[in-house]
Ligand binder design. Structure first.
Ligand code: CA
Length: 240
């Protein structure tokens, strides 16, 4: 097993040291940077298993860092925040955070949050591989493979051979629909399967992500609409 890599973005060294030490005691390797730009540079040059991101940074704030890095990186991310209004932004704006901790926090709390995110990822991976596509008929699988290619180890999906630039939740939604072709799912079902905090999210969150997903698929094949809306119920992925 390879050592888990954690990126820790925080400018206040007095806060950093105890947490960094506690994370390293878990056997994880911690890369500490004190600025948003450095966090973006790190995530562009290598892969991490987890990111801890302070909202208040000296150059660009944590929200902006998160927004930018979600364009290319789907690593689970936990925000550190000192203010309640920041929590509202994290939850309300769906900026791609997996969790947050309020300052002051205990190292033990952060460690348990990280472990729980990893555990959920493992569970959802197992669930998806258990249901997909073996139980679909051979024809469906062949048709699917002609159009979609999933590279789960890279969190990437190719559509007609073209790599889609997806956010974390767009990827999760599309992967789930591809794994269950032609099945109709309600918004709530999609949310329960794809979102990590379904209780914090609204139904229209699913619609928003489906809309942006469709726009990205249209860019590849403008004449096709693989994601179908079922009025009053939800969505499905159709093969033709
Ligand atoms: Ca700070």
């Amino acid at each position: 097993m390879t050592t888990k890599q954690i990126l820790y973005v925080e400018d206040d060294a007095a806060i950093v040291m105890p947490l960094k030490y506690a994370l390293e005691r878990e056997g994880w390797q911690v890369t500490w940077v004190s600025q948003g730009q450095l966090a973006l540079a790190e995530t562009q040059s290598r892969t991490f298993d987890f990111i801890i991101l302070d909202v208040g940074l000296p150059d660009i704030d944590g929200f902006e860092v998160c927004k930018q890095l979600r364009q290319y990186c789907h690593t689970p991310l936990l925000f550190l925040t000192a203010r309640d209004d920041e929590i509202d932004r994290i939850v309300g704006l769906e900026i791609g955070a997996d969790d947050y901790c309020h300052k002051p926090f205990s190292a033990r709390e952060i460690i348990s949050r990280i472990k729980s995110v990893w555990r959920r990822m493992q569970l959802s991976q197992n669930a998806v591989s258990a249901t997909s596509p073996e139980n679909a008929s051979l024809e469906i699988v062949q048709e699917l493979e002609a159009v979609w290619q999933c590279l789960p180890e890279r969190l990437q999906i190719l559509y007609f051979g073209e790599a889609l630039q997806l956010t974390r939740y767009e990827y999760g939604l599309l992967k789930f629909l591809i794994d269950h072709p032609t099945q109709v799912f309600s918004r709530q079902q999609l949310m329960d399967h794809v979102w990590e905090h379904p209780d914090h999210s609204l139904d229209r969150t699913v619609d928003t992500h489906i809309k942006s997903l469709r726009a990205k698929l249209k860019k590849v094949r403008s004449e096709l609409e693989p994601i179908q809306t079922h009025r009053g119920f939800g969505y499905s992925l159709e093969l033709k």
